[in-house]
Design a protein. Structure first.
Lengths: 243, 263
């Protein structure tokens, strides 16, 4: 996967979430975005997922610009998967329908093929027994695994995960980390915004530290975590490792 | 079973009171209300004459059925009108949006009585609509449609932003987002309010009596006039409306409860 942000600025009213942000990532499988909350990680991820349009600047993924027109971005979003911090499953559908409906309505599966595919994916994530339960009847960890299954089901090349474990207790976090492991085994390109240093170090080939709307530092995971160069990343990582 | 436990709800343990407590306490509440009513009529020294009113029971029934029919048909049309108004309100074509907004504000901001007069004597006359039952149904549909549109609007706006983001991320088109994500959730959260609005529609249809539509209230007034009585026919009238609205309000409560458990 190649990613390229060139002078990207993202403003919400007066607030700048990203400020002249540039980042270049070449030929890696998994990128972790780390940094303080409100620093711009989630914005970076939402821009990458084609969910929002930058105020200025250009974003390329694998050599192609993410289109500015809505039809272009809709077509782009159909080829990727997104996992949110708060799962964002549809509360009025059971787990199976949450996974199967996009397959049927967006990806052209027949109803029976979509259900078959959804059942096999839920089975991979040990969720078969829960497939007829609605999100309100599932634990946070189970919900996040359904959300990961939903993102994986249409077989996208790239999956974006926005703080997938931040809303979960340690036990559920472990479940979800196992599920993310499966995405890596399935050879998916991943971009993960996370506070989970273990996940970043273990899964990511490259880490980008983002703070105050700017790229602070980027490089191979082990190198950035063990030997950060800039004072800002030393401060952030120091805080992470102290507690 | 102590007297105390028959009359007081236990501390907030979430359980509803026992059946005996509910029956006893309800009976006391009903008795208190009856005493007040009886006292009021006692002061009036009113001479009851039920037998003359009873002779007109067929007329009551006919009026009640008319109200039931008018309300039912109006309800269907008001859902149609409300849906159209909501769609217009969500339109990106601004004149249509403002038109929908104007409609809702004007209807909600004026008394039904005024609307009935205006619609009946001005619009229906100009449009040459002869059948006054049709006029009645149209008025009620337009009136109630504004409220239903407002309920739909609140329901749609209540669907969380995270749901819309999720639908977008999945690759749903705008139509698919509305069809599979917004509409089902908005409708579910609107159900209690819609049931309440249905009860309102039934009660409000009583005002159609002023344009001589022979519904429940007009029939009751006529019975009063025929029998030279003043109150007797109002009691069956109240009971007749309650027979329609109480079950609906009960349904509204049940829906509200179910909604709470679901989210």
């Amino acid at each position: 996967m190649n990613l390229r942000f060139e002078n990207v600025t993202m403003r919400y009213g007066q607030q700048s979430a990203l400020d002249d942000f540039s980042l270049s990532v070449d030929k890696v499988r998994c990128v972790a975005l780390i940094g303080p909350s409100g620093g711009g990680k989630s914005t970076t991820l939402r821009l990458l997922a084609g969910l929002e349009i930058p105020s200025s600047g250009s974003i390329q993924i694998n050599g192609t610009e993410i289109g500015l027109s809505e039809p272009q971005r809709l077509a782009y979003r159909k080829r990727i998967g997104v996992v949110f911090q708060a799962f964002n499953l549809f509360p009025h559908f059971d787990a199976l329908t949450n996974v199967a409906l996009p397959l049927e309505k967006v990806h052209g599966y027949s109803l029976s093929a979509s259900i078959e595919k959804a059942e096999s994916i839920l089975d991979q994530f040990q969720l078969s027994e829960h497939r007829f339960k609605k999100p309100a009847e599932l634990s946070g960890g189970q919900n996040q695994r359904v959300a990961i299954a939903r993102a994986l089901a249409p077989d996208p090349d790239t999956i974006f995960l926005d703080e997938p474990t931040s809303a979960l207790d340690p036990e559920m976090t472990a479940e979800v980390l196992d599920a993310i492991e499966k995405l890596i085994e399935a050879q998916k390109d991943l971009v993960i915004a996370t506070h989970q240093m273990g996940l970043a170090r273990h899964a990511a080939d490259q880490i980008a530290i983002i703070a105050e709307g700017k790229l602070v530092e980027t490089g191979p995971a082990a190198q950035v975590i063990e030997n950060p160069q800039s004072p800002r990343s030393q401060k952030f990582l120091g805080a992470c490792l102290n507690f | 079973m102590t007297p105390h436990s028959l009359l007081f709800d236990s501390d907030s343990d979430g359980k509803s009171p026992s059946i005996q407590a509910r029956v006893t306490s309800f009976a006391i509440a009903l008795l208190a209300l009856s005493v007040v009513l009886f006292a009021a009529f006692y002061v009036l020294q009113y001479q009851w004459n039920w037998s003359s009113v009873f002779r007109y029971k067929a007329k009551f029934l006919q009026g009640w059925l008319a109200t039931l029919g008018i309300s039912s048909i109006s309800l269907i049309f008001s859902f149609l009108v409300g849906t159209i108004a909501t769609v217009c309100y969500r339109s990106r074509f601004l004149p249509l949006k403002y038109l929908a907004n104007l409609y809702v504000e004007l209807i909600r901001g004026t008394p039904l009585l005024v609307q009935i007069y205006l619609f009946f004597y001005v619009i229906a006359n100009a449009a040459d609509i002869q059948n006054r039952y049709l006029v009645g149904v149209l008025i009620m549909a337009i009136f109630s449609g504004a409220y239903i549109s407002e309920i739909f609007r609140a329901g749609i706006e209540g669907v969380g932003r995270s749901q819309l983001l999720s639908a977008k991320a999945i690759g749903f088109s705008e139509y698919q987002t509305f069809r599979y994500v917004i509409a089902p959730q908005a409708l579910r959260s609107s159900l209690p309010a819609l049931a309440g609005q249905t009860a309102n529609l039934i009660k409000d249809s009583s005002l159609l009596s002023i344009i001589a539509i022979s519904e429940f209230t007009l029939n009751a007034q006529e019975v009063n006039a025929f029998t030279y009585s003043s109150f007797e026919s109002f009691f069956p009238l109240a009971l007749g409306y309650l027979a329609l609205t109480l079950p609906i309000m009960r349904l509204s409560r049940i829906l509200e409860k179910r909604l709470r458990f679901d989210t």
